[in-house]
Design a protein. Sequence first.
Length: 230
Amino acid sequence: MVIMKLLLIALLFITGQAYSQCKNYRLNRNGDTLNCVDYKDLQQGKWVVKVDGVRGEPGYDEEGIFKDGKKEGFWRIYTTMGDLYAVERFRWGNKDGVSQYFNITGLVREESWKAVNPANPYDTIEVPDPIDPYKVEMKVVKIDGSTVKHGKWKYYESGSGKLVKSENYFLDKKEDPSSMLVNISGLDNATDSIPGAKKPVAKSKPQAVLDFEKKNSGKKKVKVIDGRTF
C-alpha cells in the first residue's frame, strides 16, 4: 500500500513537471501530454497535427516528436480515413534517412535523404575510388541546402510490390547507372575553409622528368625506352 502511494506521488510529480514546462498543451484519452508549446513558444514533445485539404489536395493527419520547434525522429502521416500514407524520418527539422510512402495496397516508394546540420554544414563522406570501386576515400565536404537526396530511391508496382525502378543519389546528384564514378565538383578543395582540416598535397614530378618534358615539348614523336620488348 505504501509503495502504491509512493508511485502515485512520483507520477503526479513527473506529470506536474511536464505541465510546468508547457505554456499550452492538451491531453489525449490516456492522459498523455500532447501539442506542448513551451514558454519560448517552441513546440516540444509529442504532437498530433491535423492538416486541412486545400486547392483540391486532400487533408491528412500526422504525428511525431518536436524538439525545440523542429521535427525529430519518425513521423507518421495518415489519410483522413485513418490509413497509413507515409513514414518519414527527420533530423534538425529536415528529412533524414529513409522515408516510405504507401497506398491502400502497400509500399509504393522509398526515398533516401541526408539532413544538413545548420550549425555545421560540413560532413565526412565516403567517396568511391575512380579506379577500384571496392575502395573508398573519406572526404570532408560542404553540403548546400537543408536536406539533400542521398542514397537509393526505390519505386514499387502498386499491388504486387515488385520493384520497377531504382535510382541512386550522391549528395543531391543522380548517379549514372552505367558508371561507378562519382563526380563532385570542388570536392578536393572542400576542406580549404575548414580550420585544422587536412588539405590534399600535390605531388611534384622528379626534376629529370621535368627536364625531359621541357626538352621534347612540341615534338610529334619522341622515342622512349620504357622496358617493353618490341
